[in-house]
Ligand binder design. Structure first.
Ligand code: HDD
Length: 701
């Protein structure tokens, strides 16, 4: 081994070594390419043009790096500080810009301009999220989805910070930290990530009867959505609409244009591995391709007198108002038509606060909402690091805003003048209150004992859980039972499992028995004492997914598996029929470069088979030559492609080659397995899922 001489400081090192070894000053071996257009000069944060961004300042080519290198230090220091604390809940999210357009005026009920001017468009920024997982977790765990909308109205920002479920786990905000500590990874072991299937969550739940209604929703297919474009949204709490001193209660609902749709549990689990970004990618791709996701805004309006007649308390966030009791009125639509330019600046830095409200809308006394009004502003201070977070472009109102708050970390404004207080008399343009246009709280009369109280009207924890369960289709009831068995099977502590099943007995005895059976319990555990005996409310089909599902291919994705020699005409006819029905079609082939079809032409693939399982699609077609089929029966990814599509209850189109693969997977065809030469029949089949197949492919609770 040749030992290199260490340079000494007494010699003209740079010049000597450069000559000897061809050391270069400036850029080295990097292959810069012109990306087209004029590249602006790279600068430091102080605007100084950087001559070399590849090599640190050194003493000699192999010598020490100098502390003097301000370019290096600035770059590394900034990098070291790139991360900010992730959200304590809802850390993983995806967002988009769009607009809200009012289609029906609520003038009679509110003075809020956003709800009175038909046809007027208000810009929005909407962030969807999971709750429990960290920012880098997967998109498809069983979890509630956040549905947070920031309306940039002409009267200030209004944040409607909701979920895809109309109720919540707890009635009082003081319990929120406990709920979240219980569901997040356990503190001693740091797992499980993004999962409620563990002891601490179910321990908390088993001791919190008010959570039972939400548990029914959480164990339903609502928490394993197919796409963020196919979820409903809810403001959850009762709010008020206010006009001329009169208040009307309101619940806000978002209804997806594409209808509700969920995955099946096995699919959600596999998606976590196949594509951790499944929902983010789906939202991104649909917006980039001009298929803009759309929702209708619906309201349920009711008076204080109506509320008194409900067999539940409208201030209790664990209760919903059945649509059969108070119908939904559609008043507007929301379209998401622009993906953010920068994930961090927009999706990460957006700060939603339920306390961001506009004149004409007001809060109710829901104790969960009241706690939230404090929590969100507080969390933004630690998350974004400054009380000036409202100045970030994504958070700033799009209407003029001015007040006397001043200074603080990262102040971006340069206020002019002497006056930063009121009352004042020194400056003509200093901002002043406006009692006419300004927000005024609804002057409700309140009185009572000052104490830590819970209303007696909050005591019925089971009637609406029962309402939800009994309103589901039989398939959906099975999914709830199976989800409970799955989750509780991950709970190691037997008394926690027992306690949960005990609660189920108040909801539906047959459900309790199914779950107990799925857990191999010898007998049904006792039900806990209930302060209020549950009542039977009229079932509400509006709470279903399967019953409400739209039979459509719009917004859905169909995958066609091909190989060399696949029949070109069949592939082309399937592609056209699916695209005409509104689907996106993707070609899957063993090699990403594509396959040479029967017409001798190469069809470029959108995905390589090993990395593009059928889990990615709503329906699949398999079109293979005899030889292609023979090859693929020896490829596990191909066999899994059809086996999973079948197991996930999807429509499958097969030609003879496809059928050979299907047979090799050991499957027996049913009505959802359709001849590839009948593209129209396939399109019809692909518009839904084959839930009757489910009992033939898995043991269900
Ligand atoms: Fe919350 C974030 C929705 C109860 C405290 N929440 C957060 C987000 C959504 C919700 C969608 C993410 C917003 C975003 O995308 O940035 N939260 C809800 C709903 C609730 C609810 C629908 C019940 C009806 N939340 C709730 C309570 C508390 C919080 C009772 C505290 C007392 N939530 C927070 C928070 C978060 C948050 C800690 C974390 C990050 C953030 O606020 O900005 O303040």
């Amino acid at each position: 081994m040749v030992k290199k001489a260490a340079p000494t400081s007494s010699k003209p090192i740079a010049a000597a070594s450069k000559k000897a070894r061809g050391d270069v000053r400036g850029q080295g071996d990097e292959l810069h390419q012109q990306a087209g257009g004029g590249h602006p000069p790279l600068t430091t944060n102080q605007g100084g043009v950087i001559s070399d961004d590849q090599n640190a300042l050194k003493v000699g080519p192999r010598g020490p790096v100098l502390l003097e290198d301000f370019v290096l230090r600035e770059k590394i220091t900034h990098f070291d500080h790139e991360r900010i604390p992730e959200r304590v809940v809802h850390a993983r999210g995806s967002a988009a810009h769009g607009f809200f357009e009012l289609t029906k005026s609520l003038k009679k009920y509110t003075s809020a301009r956003i709800l009175t001017e038909v046809g007027e468009r208000t810009p929005v920024f909407v962030r969807f999220s999971t709750v429990a997982g960290g920012a880098g977790s997967v998109d498809t765990p069983r979890d509630v989805r956040g549905f947070a909308v920031k309306f940039y109205t002409g009267e200030g920002n209004w944040d409607l910070v909701g979920n895809n479920i109309p109720v919540f786990f707890i009635q009082d905000a003081i319990k929120f930290p406990d709920l979240i500590h219980a569901v997040k990874m356990e503190p001693d072991r740091g797992f499980p990530q993004a999962a409620s299937a563990h002891d601490t969550f179910w321990d908390f739940i088993s001791l919190t009867p008010e959570a039972m209604h939400m548990i029914m929703w959480a164990m339903s297919d609502r928490t394993i959505p197919r796409s963020l474009r196919m979820i409903e949204g809810f403001g959850v709490h009762t709010f008020r609409l206010v006009n001329e001193g009169k208040s009307t209660f309101v619940k806000f609902h978002w209804r997806p244009k594409l209808g509700l749709q969920s995955t099946v549990w096995d699919e959600a689990v596999k998606l976590a591995g196949a594509d951790p970004d499944f929902h983010r990618r789906d939202l991104f791709e649909s917006i980039q391709s001009g298929n803009y996701p759309e929702w209708e805004l619906g309201v349920q309006l009711f008076t204080e007198e109506d509320a008194e007649r409900f067999p539940f308390d409208h201030l209790d966030a664990t209760k919903l108002i059945p649509e059969e009791l108070v119908p939904l009125t559609i008043v507007g639509r929301m379209v998401l038509d622009r993906w953010p330019d920068n994930f961090f600046a927009e999706t990460e830095q957006v700060a939603f606060c339920p306390s961001h409200i506009v004149p004409g809308i007001d809060f109710s006394n829901d104790p969960l909402l009241q706690g939230r009004l404090f929590s969100y502003l507080d969390t933004q201070l630690s998350r974004l690091g400054s009380p000036n977070f409202h100045q970030l472009p994504i958070n700033a109102p799009k209407c003029p805003f001015a007040n006397h708050q001043r200074d603080g970390h990262m102040q971006r404004e340069v206020p002019k003048g002497r006056v930063a207080y009121e009352p004042s008399s020194l400056q003509a343009d200093s901002p002043r209150e406006d009692p006419r246009r300004g927000f005024g709280s609804f002057p409700a009369t309140e009185q009572g004992v000052r104490d830590r109280l819970r209303s007696e009207t909050f005591a019925d924890h089971y009637s609406q859980a029962r309402l939800f369960y009994r309103s589901q289709t039989p398939h959906e009831q099975t999914h709830v039972a199976s989800a409970l068995v799955f989750e509780l099977s991950k709970v190691e502590t037997a008394h926690v499992r027992d306690a949960v099943v005990g609660h189920l007995r108040h909801i539906d005895e047959a459900l309790a028995r199914r779950v107990a059976d799925g857990l191999a319990m010898d007998s049904l555990p006792p039900a806990p004492a209930a302060r209020v005996a549950p009542i039977d409310m009229p079932v509400s089909p509006a709470l279903q997914i399967i019953g409400k599902m739209k039979r459509t291919l719009e917004g859905r994705v169909v995958g066609i598996l091909v190989n060399d020699g696949s029949d070109a005409k069949t592939v082309s006819a399937l592609k056209t029929a699916c695209a005409d029905a509104g689907a996106t079609v993707k070609i899957v082939a063993p090699k990403v470069g594509g396959a040479k079809l029967s017409d001798g032409k190469k069809l470029v693939a959108d995905g390589q088979l090993a990395g593009t399982p059928s889990i990615n699609f709503d329906a699949v077609a398999v079109v293979l030559s005899a030889q292609g089929a023979q090859q693929l029966t020896r490829e596990a990814a191909a066999v899994d492609f059809v086996r999973d599509a079948f197991g996930h209850l999807k429509a499958i189109a097969l030609d003879d080659g496809g059928r050979a693969l299907f047979d090799a997977a050991g499957l027996a065809p049913d009505e959802g397995v359709i001849a590839a030469r009948q593209p129209k029949a396939f399109v019809e089949g692909a518009k839904g899922r084959y839930f009757d197949r489910e009992s033939t492919v898995r043991m269900l609770a």
